[in-house]
Unconditional design. Sequence first.
Length: 118
Amino acid sequence: VQMMESGGGWAQAGGSLRLSCAASGSLFKLDAMGWYRQGPAIPRELVASISSDGRTNYADSVKGRFTISRDTDAENTVYLTMNSLKPEDTGVYYCVARSAGWRHFDNWGQGAQVTVSS
């Protein structure tokens, strides 16, 4: 499974960015997709995830600011809309996908840089 990320970049505090991710290749059923991040001052954390039936979960640090969604026309494409960005949101964001039957996310993208300046 190949994970192709796009988006991200630079924003000022209070601004918005959007990340996109498309999974392709040998697509066994993927039962969830999501985004991890790792910043200069924070450990790697699961920011948001969405299951195949549309259930979403968010880290407390982004609740109310970030939204994960799935493309209605492309099941294996997800977006992360990031609003009210803070400098502490700075980091590398990794798109992930979990194959059916796996306990952990087993497919990872190469990462997209997000930088938020104060």
